[in-house]
Write a protein that binds this ligand. Structure first.
Ligand code: WAQ
Ligand code: MG
Length: 254
């Protein structure tokens, strides 16, 4: 029997022109699909981009491509929810978590001062955890983590066991955070959405797991954040290659 082939499916959508011509980022998405499921995978991403709270796109690209490289299987990070009532309390939790991941307070403050500058990116920003300096040269593009997914049934089992809603947003974020944190150069990740209707964000690392924080911005705010704190002494090219190209399936063992 022929071995089953998998396809990487990606989407990006923007408004007022393409991203590379200064258009506003509306939505992006990535999935892995079998050949038989491609129609659904493409149409799910199409819908994600069309029905977006950041606005109506006037540019969208959806593409799929067969994956030749072997997959690795990664466990989802453990999940913890930190309930807060104000944005300020939310950021105090971020500070405490990032410090316990080994990042000095003055570095965290330095990075916070840059966040508005990074917030229009459609990908993530890579920062040296010792200096707070940005390491990648992707400007407003950032690094888009890709080639990762989680089987629908296995995710539903995980969601039920962890008292989490069976929603694609949590799934997508946990898939990404689990992939990123599995790389030995990753120290921690800080993220909150750029969608105006979603205020929960997280800090993630191998040691801390996926630490949700229920309020990191006010409703209506379209400024998001995704920063990977890394050990800047390791090879950045191979780190970025892992994020963009290494095929990963998340798998939860009951
Ligand atoms: N690779 C790199 N960066 C990405 C990717 C990706 N695949 N997807 C999104 N980003 C960046 C990009 O700059 C976005 O603007 C920003 O992150 C926010 O993306 O309740 O929904 O998809 O546990 O809006 C976290 C909490 C939600 C979920 C995060 O982010 C929960 C979220 P969004
Ligand atoms: Mg978004």
């Amino acid at each position: 029997m022929e071995e089953e082939q998998f396809y990487s499916v990606r989407m990006r959508a923007s408004q007022n022109g393409r991203h590379e011509c200064g258009g506003k980022h509306i939505s992006g998405g990535e999935a892995i699909s079998t050949y038989d499921n491609l129609q659904k995978a493409v149409s799910d991403l199409l819908e994600k981009g069309l029905q977006h709270t950041r606005g109506k796109p006037d540019f969208m690209q959806v593409q799929f491509e067969v994956i030749e490289e072997p997959f690795i299987k990664i466990k989802p990070l453990d999940i913890v929810t930190n309930e807060v009532t104000t944005v300020e309390d939310g950021h105090s939790v971020v500070m405490r978590l990032l410090e316990s991941a080994g990042i000095q307070q003055k570095i965290i403050q330095k990075v916070y001062e840059q966040i508005t500058e990074y917030s229009g990116a459609r990908g993530a920003i890579i920062v040296d955890y010792r200096t707070g300096e940005r390491l990648d040269d992707r400007f407003e593009r950032g690094i888009r983590v890709s080639r990762m997914d989680w089987n629908v049934g296995n995710f539903a089992d995980w969601a039920e066991a962890n008292n989490m809603p069976n929603h694609s947003r949590v799934k997508e974020a946990l898939v990404l955070a689990s992939k990123v944190s599995s790389h030995p150069s990753s120290i921690a990740e800080l993220c909150w959405s750029d969608d105006p209707d979603y205020v929960t964000g997280y800090v993630a690392s191998r040691k801390l797991g996926y630490q949700r924080i229920t309020k990191l911005k006010e409703l209506g705010d379209e400024q998001g954040c995704r920063i990977f704190f890394v050990d800047g002494t390791t090879c950045l090219d191979s780190y970025i290659h892992f994020l963009e190209k290494q095929p990963v399936f998340i798998h939860w063992e009951k």
